[in-house]
Design a protein around this ligand. Structure first.
Ligand SMILES: [Zn+2]
Length: 169
Protein backbone atom coordinates (compact mmCIF):
# COMPACT_ATOMS: atom_id res chain seq x y z
CA UNK A 1 0.00 0.00 0.00
CA UNK A 2 1.33 3.40 -0.92
CA UNK A 3 1.90 6.03 1.72
CA UNK A 4 -0.85 8.58 1.68
CA UNK A 5 0.38 11.88 0.20
CA UNK A 6 -0.01 14.89 2.50
CA UNK A 7 -3.42 16.42 2.18
CA UNK A 8 -3.99 19.97 1.06
CA UNK A 9 -4.84 20.92 4.65
CA UNK A 10 -1.58 19.52 5.96
CA UNK A 11 0.38 21.32 3.27
CA UNK A 12 -1.40 24.53 4.10
CA UNK A 13 -0.53 24.11 7.78
CA UNK A 14 3.13 23.52 6.94
CA UNK A 15 3.20 26.48 4.57
CA UNK A 16 1.47 28.69 7.11
CA UNK A 17 3.92 27.64 9.82
CA UNK A 18 6.87 28.46 7.58
CA UNK A 19 5.39 31.80 6.54
CA UNK A 20 4.55 32.72 10.12
CA UNK A 21 8.05 31.76 11.20
CA UNK A 22 9.58 33.90 8.48
CA UNK A 23 7.31 36.84 9.23
CA UNK A 24 7.95 36.66 12.96
CA UNK A 25 11.67 36.40 12.33
CA UNK A 26 11.53 39.35 9.96
CA UNK A 27 9.48 41.41 12.37
CA UNK A 28 11.92 40.73 15.16
CA UNK A 29 14.71 41.92 12.91
CA UNK A 30 16.63 38.76 13.63
CA UNK A 31 16.19 37.05 10.32
CA UNK A 32 18.14 39.50 8.18
CA UNK A 33 21.03 39.56 10.62
CA UNK A 34 21.04 35.82 11.16
CA UNK A 35 20.74 34.98 7.48
CA UNK A 36 23.89 36.95 6.79
CA UNK A 37 25.76 34.94 9.35
CA UNK A 38 24.24 31.69 8.15
CA UNK A 39 25.19 32.47 4.55
CA UNK A 40 28.72 33.19 5.60
CA UNK A 41 28.79 30.02 7.65
CA UNK A 42 27.39 28.02 4.73
CA UNK A 43 30.02 29.53 2.44
CA UNK A 44 32.78 28.42 4.75
CA UNK A 45 31.26 24.98 5.15
CA UNK A 46 30.84 24.54 1.39
CA UNK A 47 34.05 26.11 0.17
CA UNK A 48 36.53 24.33 2.33
CA UNK A 49 36.86 21.15 4.30
CA UNK A 50 39.53 22.60 6.51
CA UNK A 51 37.61 25.39 8.21
CA UNK A 52 39.14 25.73 11.64
CA UNK A 53 36.75 24.93 14.42
CA UNK A 54 37.63 28.08 16.28
CA UNK A 55 36.37 30.15 13.32
CA UNK A 56 33.05 28.31 13.27
CA UNK A 57 32.80 28.75 16.99
CA UNK A 58 33.58 32.45 16.66
CA UNK A 59 30.86 32.87 14.04
CA UNK A 60 28.37 31.06 16.22
CA UNK A 61 29.24 33.24 19.19
CA UNK A 62 28.92 36.36 17.04
CA UNK A 63 25.50 35.24 15.80
CA UNK A 64 24.35 34.62 19.36
CA UNK A 65 25.64 38.02 20.49
CA UNK A 66 23.94 39.79 17.56
CA UNK A 67 20.68 37.94 18.19
CA UNK A 68 20.83 38.77 21.88
CA UNK A 69 21.66 42.40 21.16
CA UNK A 70 18.78 42.71 18.72
CA UNK A 71 16.45 41.01 21.16
CA UNK A 72 17.43 43.48 23.85
CA UNK A 73 17.18 46.46 21.52
CA UNK A 74 13.74 45.46 20.28
CA UNK A 75 12.28 44.71 23.67
CA UNK A 76 9.36 47.05 24.36
CA UNK A 77 10.38 49.90 26.58
CA UNK A 78 7.46 49.30 28.91
CA UNK A 79 9.40 46.31 30.19
CA UNK A 80 11.93 48.69 31.66
CA UNK A 81 10.31 49.24 34.99
CA UNK A 82 10.98 52.68 36.36
CA UNK A 83 11.67 51.39 39.84
CA UNK A 84 11.03 48.40 42.02
CA UNK A 85 7.92 48.64 44.18
CA UNK A 86 8.46 50.77 47.22
CA UNK A 87 8.98 48.53 50.18
CA UNK A 88 7.64 49.53 53.53
CA UNK A 89 9.33 46.75 55.45
CA UNK A 90 12.90 45.60 55.61
CA UNK A 91 15.42 44.15 58.02
CA UNK A 92 18.33 46.24 59.16
CA UNK A 93 20.64 45.57 62.12
CA UNK A 94 18.73 42.37 62.90
CA UNK A 95 15.55 44.38 63.44
CA UNK A 96 12.45 44.38 61.22
CA UNK A 97 11.55 47.95 60.39
CA UNK A 98 8.21 49.08 59.09
CA UNK A 99 7.47 52.54 57.83
CA UNK A 100 5.33 54.57 55.48
CA UNK A 101 5.87 57.51 53.20
CA UNK A 102 4.44 60.98 53.53
CA UNK A 103 3.16 63.01 50.58
CA UNK A 104 6.64 64.31 49.78
CA UNK A 105 8.15 60.83 49.79
CA UNK A 106 9.84 61.10 53.17
CA UNK A 107 9.97 58.14 55.53
CA UNK A 108 7.60 58.39 58.46
CA UNK A 109 6.37 56.17 61.28
CA UNK A 110 9.61 54.21 61.35
CA UNK A 111 8.90 51.42 63.83
CA UNK A 112 11.09 48.50 64.95
CA UNK A 113 9.73 44.98 65.39
CA UNK A 114 11.20 41.72 66.66
CA UNK A 115 12.24 39.51 63.73
CA UNK A 116 11.50 36.38 65.72
CA UNK A 117 8.03 37.02 67.14
CA UNK A 118 6.93 40.25 65.50
CA UNK A 119 6.52 42.10 68.79
CA UNK A 120 7.05 45.81 68.65
CA UNK A 121 10.40 46.83 70.09
CA UNK A 122 11.03 49.89 72.16
CA UNK A 123 14.33 51.61 71.62
CA UNK A 124 15.32 53.63 74.62
CA UNK A 125 18.40 55.50 75.51
CA UNK A 126 19.85 54.21 78.72
CA UNK A 127 21.56 56.08 81.48
CA UNK A 128 25.23 56.47 82.06
CA UNK A 129 25.34 53.32 84.19
CA UNK A 130 25.83 51.10 81.12
CA UNK A 131 29.48 50.61 80.14
CA UNK A 132 30.87 52.18 77.00
CA UNK A 133 27.51 53.53 75.87
CA UNK A 134 26.37 50.17 74.49
CA UNK A 135 23.03 48.63 75.28
CA UNK A 136 20.94 45.78 74.06
CA UNK A 137 17.70 46.04 72.20
CA UNK A 138 15.76 43.15 73.75
CA UNK A 139 12.29 41.92 72.82
CA UNK A 140 9.93 42.14 75.80
CA UNK A 141 7.88 39.19 74.60
CA UNK A 142 10.35 36.50 73.55
CA UNK A 143 13.54 37.83 75.10
CA UNK A 144 15.51 37.84 71.85
CA UNK A 145 18.32 40.33 71.81
CA UNK A 146 17.73 41.99 68.46
CA UNK A 147 20.93 43.96 68.43
CA UNK A 148 23.40 45.94 70.41
CA UNK A 149 23.26 49.66 69.94
CA UNK A 150 26.36 51.70 70.46
CA UNK A 151 24.95 55.15 69.87
CA UNK A 152 21.96 57.31 70.83
CA UNK A 153 18.60 56.19 69.47
CA UNK A 154 18.35 59.19 67.20
CA UNK A 155 21.63 58.36 65.57
CA UNK A 156 20.65 54.69 65.29
CA UNK A 157 17.42 55.62 63.53
CA UNK A 158 19.27 57.90 61.18
CA UNK A 159 21.50 54.97 60.26
CA UNK A 160 18.37 52.95 59.52
CA UNK A 161 16.99 55.77 57.40
CA UNK A 162 20.24 55.81 55.48
CA UNK A 163 19.90 52.06 54.90
CA UNK A 164 16.34 52.58 53.68
CA UNK A 165 17.44 55.27 51.25
CA UNK A 166 20.24 53.03 49.99
CA UNK A 167 17.86 50.11 49.52
CA UNK A 168 14.96 51.91 47.91
CA UNK A 169 17.27 54.15 45.90
ZN1 LIG B 1 10.36 38.78 70.05
Amino acid sequence: MKARPPSATELRIVAATVVIGLVVGYVLGLWSALSGWLKELWHFLGASTSVPNWLLGLLAVCAIIVAGWLGTALRPTRDARPRSPISTQDDFFNIRWRWSYDASGGVQDLTPYCRRCGHRLVLQDVGDDRPAGRYECRCDRCGTVACEIDCPVEEFESRVLQKIHETTG
